[in-house]
Design a protein around this ligand. Structure first.
Ligand code: HEM
Length: 378
């Protein structure tokens, strides 16, 4: 059962983990791909301080003019293989966020809009692609905007919104996705070891050391996080305004990209029986099914109940690493969010309706939420 869920997750990701998107598309999707590559030349503006709502409207009009007929787009989408679906999901999510925010960095004027309707073509394509992947949102997610948008070969963000900005801004956007991608890549043996652990403990009713290898992978993934999530790799002065805002700030009731969609952390929580942070709206079907199947298997309880010392010890080692990481992450999260951004409005952020509490209140609320997660990690 868990092995089947893992196979499905990997199939959905194009046969690899993390996912392997393709950037070769049939017409007219190739035109949308070119559009997403070209758009930052119009949308990303160093002179944003002087920009007004009319500039946002002009950018959107420029984008809409270059969209393609909806029926042709849908016909082409139906012909894609899984690698192309993943690549298009990155492209279309970028176009959706571009239309929504109308500029990079995002402006107060865009945040003040109460509702925003995506053009039919973008909405239809997003619904098709997110539907194919089982994502229950109209926006971008860690999978589409981060995992599928990082080009490991060239070490760049494929559909970058910052390519015309200064190196610190480009780096913040890069690392905002690269961290998630690379941590998943490093952590990949963890997933396979969890499948083996389930097979040993549940399937064969025997003790297991399978998780030891997975724990080593997790240790390395967290070491990567500690090594790179800091100044100057990720500059606090620019991270939220130029990288997180465009990806993460929400609309129409959906949040955008949030760390709590990180699959490895969701899987660790499921293994340990820790309640999920939020509904799995932004996970793909394969990710959601894997997490659910693992949670239902109750491996931790079974290992203790059956008196399997080796499995129990390795599960406790996973717990210790996750708890230590969460304690470190609270500090990182508060450090990076603790910056005055006039454009950060109540509607923005994953659960960031707290921007109306003022900066101190908002950071205190984030700290409280993350400390609660840390306390639940037991
Ligand atoms: C780019 C640097 C990062 C910053 C500044 C950051 C910041 C934050 C913030 C502010 C939250 C709280 C959201 C809320 O409750 O409203 C959060 C949550 C979370 N982040 Fe990050 N994050 C970063 C990178 C990562 C990475 C690389 C991971 C993946 C492993 C991650 C995993 C999580 C998880 C799992 C949560 C949900 C809370 C929990 O389960 O403990 N974050 N992050």
């Amino acid at each position: 059962m868990l092995d089947e869920a893992w196979t499905q997750l990997v199939d959905e990701s194009g046969g690899t983990w993390p996912p392997s998107p393709s950037r070769q598309f049939p017409s007219p999707l190739d035109k949308l791909h070119e559009l997403a590559l070209e758009a930052p030349n119009v949308f990303s503006r160093p002179d944003y301080a002087s920009m007004k709502h009319d500039d946002i409207k002009a950018n959107r009009a420029w984008l809409v003019e270059r969209l393609q007929p909806t029926d042709e787009v849908l016909t082409a989408l139906r012909s894609l293989n899984q690698h192309q679906i993943l690549g298009m999901a990155a492209c279309m999510s970028t176009l959706a966020h571009m239309y929504r925010w109308g500029s990079v960095p995002t402006l107060t004027a865009a945040q003040e809009e109460k509702r925003n309707h995506l053009p039919n073509m973008i909405l239809a394509a997003q619904m098709y692609l997110n539907g194919r992947l089982g994502i229950r949102s109209t926006g971008g997610t860690i999978t589409t905007l981060s995992l599928c948008n990082y080009d490991r070969e060239r070490d760049v963000i494929y559909y970058s919104m910052t390519k015309n900005f200064t190196p610190d801004i480009i780096a913040a956007e890069l690392w905002n996705a690269k961290l998630f991608h690379e941590m998943e890549r490093i952590a990949e043996p963890f997933y396979r070891s969890v499948v083996q652990l389930a097979d040993d403990v549940i399937g064969r009713g025997k003790d297991s050391t399978a998780l030891e290898e997975g724990n080593e992978a997790i240790r390395q993934a967290f070491a990567y996080f500690y090594k790179y999530l800091k100044e100057p790799t990720v500059s606090k002065a620019v991270w939220s305004r130029y990288a997180q805002g465009f990806h993460g700030w929400s609309w129409d009731g959906f949040e955008g990209v949030s760390g709590d969609q990180a699959v490895m952390v969701r899987v660790m929580d499921a293994l340990l029986g820790i309640p999920p942070t939020s509904p799995p709206t932004h996970l793909t079907k394969g990710q959601r099914d894997f997490v659910d199947t693992l949670r239902t298997a109750n491996i931790r309880q079974r290992a203790v109940a059956e008196g399997f010392p080796l499995a129990t010890k390795s599960i406790n080692d996973t717990l210790r690493m996750l708890k230590t990481w969460r304690m470190g992450h609270v500090k990182k999260a508060c450090f990076y969010e603790d910056i005055h951004l006039p454009e950060r409005k109540p509607m923005s952020g994953g659960k960031g309706t707290d921007a109306d509490l003022g900066l101190e209140g908002m950071v205190a609320r984030i700290q409280m939420r993350l400390q609660t997660r840390t306390a639940l990690t037991r």
